[in-house]
Design a protein around this ligand. Structure first.
Ligand code: MN
Length: 168
């Protein structure tokens, strides 16, 4: 099977002559900066959802959270992993034109910095349990993403749960 290039799926889904979403520059710089960015975009598409994005390895790892994050530790929110987005997407707000992938309104709902609470983020992602803390405009403290399974179709991305951890 052909190795997919970085952001290939993101670009394939969009017509950059029509949408004002960023194309993203081709790069794969390791996230050497000690503080990594995150953003949550409220996306009023065919179904309203919140796109949760964590900067990692030069892209924004992305999950669509239908109900948005809850800061109640007893509430688990479905987070469906979607294609990696370019870092510049974190600054995007506006209209995605009708007929385009994800047509609708995007607005930044929260943004800030995230810090892994694991030694090895790539290993944690592979294992399916990523603990981290958020320091944003709305969200703070410890959170975890737990992978719950893969869709049957090989193309589909896995489902995760986004859960607030009790802070010390
Ligand atoms: Mn979306």
């Amino acid at each position: 099977m052909k190795q997919r290039t970085i952001l290939e799926e993101y670009r394939t889904k969009r017509d950059f002559d029509v949408t004002s979403e960023p194309k993203g520059v081709r790069r794969r710089t390791p996230s050497a900066r000690p503080r990594l960015s995150y953003v949550i975009q409220k996306h009023d598409a065919s179904r309203l959802h919140y796109d949760f994005r964590l900067e990692w390895n030069g892209v924004l790892l992305s999950w669509a959270v239908p109900k948005g994050p809850s800061d109640d530790p007893s509430v688990k929110r479905l987070a469906v992993q979607v294609e990696d987005h370019p870092i510049e997407y974190g600054g995007f707000e506006g209209e995605i034109p009708e007929g385009q992938y994800g047509a609708g309104t995007v607005e930044i709902w929260d943004r800030g910095k995230w810090t892994p609470e694991v030694e090895d983020v790539d290993a944690a992602l592979k294992k399916g349990e990523l603990k981290f803390s958020l320091d944003g405009e709305r969200l703070h403290g410890s959170w975890v993403l737990v992978r719950t399974g893969y869709a049957r179709s090989g193309k589909a991305k896995p489902s995760w749960l986004l859960i607030k951890h009790r802070d010390k």
